[in-house]
Ligand binder design. Structure first.
Ligand code: EPZ
Length: 427
């Protein structure tokens, strides 16, 4: 098992970091390449596990995939299957995004219950409901879900909740459906807009992504395309907080500031100065502890749930008591227990964490819960803590952050990856 060691925290980070392409934009777009037989070139993909798993699914379906640096060349002209292997489904929930495009291309799909983070039950009932409304049928047996539908037909769909994945699956299924589809109460995340732009570059006709009303005019034929994914707003937010929690000065490059408006507002409310210059954001050194905050997570453009663990780490050092309420996932507070091992004072009651700020955190041996943002939050805490911190079970972090340790080293952090078993053997 691998671990991350921060030898000495309390070191202000300083320097520039280039943000990678967005994982959560890349995943639905990679699934979209199976919708139409064709050759696709996707640029600026982050090099991380979830992308590798998505590539493995594409290859299991019969696609030919070639990597060139941070670009993938994907040829889906000769797919041989509409069944996603069970062992890959279990590794990543986003495999579920193949349902819409496989139904759209083959009129059938077979998947098993998805895996992924452990931040709640994370059912897929809304995905199934939406695709059924497009005319697909489903049956479940022995943990496998089979979907079929000779040809999907567009219609008006009103989502119970602005679910990101559900919105994406319906867009992917409706792009080649007969007739028009309207999605009301759609998710508004920037990754949805990027998916719309990708599909439209294939010849689809979709408008409204980024609002809660998306209109899709089904097309008979699309074609392969080339696309560059948007920068990762959550990675950008994570590095801004790495600067904040160490009272350093960090400039994040390759960002779209408007995608981070709610995060920027909270960073400023916490008392930090943030400079915006075109596609970069710089957090300036702060001489004092952060102000306490009241944060509630909401669908975009509300405060993003994917930044909640990282802010919890920051607020453990605030000058006062903060309240964090998690409205999106049922069980996304596991990082609190590990932060308490570092001296944080946190009380979790259901979806709410009450955080009483302390003067300092102390380095400790902590375990990353099986959730990638929680792992990142523990690394942030280790960067601020006195003494040495070891974070183990870091494969979850590697699912969502490209070269996190290397990027932090470039900012001056005394951080490295180590092998837990080897160290125990030599201990
Ligand atoms: C996407 O997950 C992101 N993942 C998540 O990022 C992100 O936290 C989430 O959106 C919310 O912004 C990707 O884009 C690959 P949802 P998704 O459908 O689509 C419930 C990360 O850290 N729900 O908006 O799964 C669900 O359980 C990951 O990069 C149902 O009940 O999110 C959750 O409580 C973590 N039934 C809530 O809705 C369904 O059919 C929001 O889920 C679907 C979802």
């Amino acid at each position: 098992m691998q671990g991350i060691r921060i030898r000495q925290g309390e070191k202000p980070l300083k320097g520039e970091v280039k943000i990678s392409g967005s994982k959560n934009a890349a995943l639905p777009i990679m699934a979209g390449t199976v919708l139409e037989p064709g050759e696709y070139v996707l640029h600026d993909l982050p090099i991380l596990r979830d992308i590798k798993v998505m590539r493995a699914v594409l290859e299991a379906l019969g696609a030919v995939v070639e990597q060139k640096g941070k670009s993938l060349l994907i040829d889906t002209r000769d797919l041989s299957s509409a069944e996603i292997p069970d062992y890959l489904m279990r590794r990543m929930r986003a495999s579920i995004l193949f349902m819409g495009p496989l139904l759209g291309r083959f009129g059938k799909v077979k998947v098993s219950q998805p895996g992924g983070c452990s931040i709640g039950p994370r059912p897929i009932d809304w995905h199934i409901k939406g695709l059924k409304q497009l005319g697909a049928n489903f049956k479940e047996s022995h943990g496998f879900l089979t979907g079929w539908g000779s040809s999907l037909t567009g219609r008006e769909i009103h989502l119970d909740f602005p679910s990101v994945g559900t919105t994406e699956n319906i867009m992917l299924g409706a792009a080649k459906a007969r007739g028009n589809t309207v999605i009301r109460n759609a998710a508004r995340e920037p990754e949805i807009v990027d998916l719309q732009n990708f599909l439209n570059s294939m010849g689809a006709s979709i408008v409204g992504a980024g609002t809660d009303l998306i209109k899709i005019t089904g097309k008979k034929k699309l074609q392969g395309t080339e696309h560059t994914v948007i920068p990762d707003r959550i990675e950008a937010g994570t590095f801004l907080l790495a600067g904040a929690i160490t009272r350093g000065e960090v400039k994040v490059l390759n960002v779209i500031p408007e995608h981070l408006e709610s995060v920027i507002a909270k960073v400023r409310e916490a008392g930090f100065e943030l400079q915006e210059e075109g596609e970069s954001l710089t957090i300036l050194p702060s001489g004092t502890r952060p102000n306490p905050l009241d944060i509630k997570t909401y669908p975009y453009p509300g405060f993003p749930t994917d930044m909640q663990p990282q802010f919890m780490a920051l607020l453990t050092l605030a000058r006062g008591t903060s309240v964090l309420t998690e409205n999106i996932f049922e069980n996304r507070m596991k990082h609190a227990e590990e932060l308490k091992r570092m001296g944080a004072k946190i009380r979790v009651e259901g979806r709410t964490a009450i955080i009483e700020g302390v003067e300092r955190l102390y380095g400790a041996f902590v375990e990353s819960p099986p959730a990638l943002r929680a792992g990142a939050a523990l690394v942030l805490a280790g960067l601020a803590a006195e003494g040495e911190t070891q974070v183990v079970d870091i494969e979850h972090i590697e699912r969502g952050y490209e070269n996190l340790v290397g990027k932090l080293q470039k900012l001056g952090a005394e951080i490295e990856v180590f092998n837990v078993e080897e160290e125990e053997k030599n201990a």
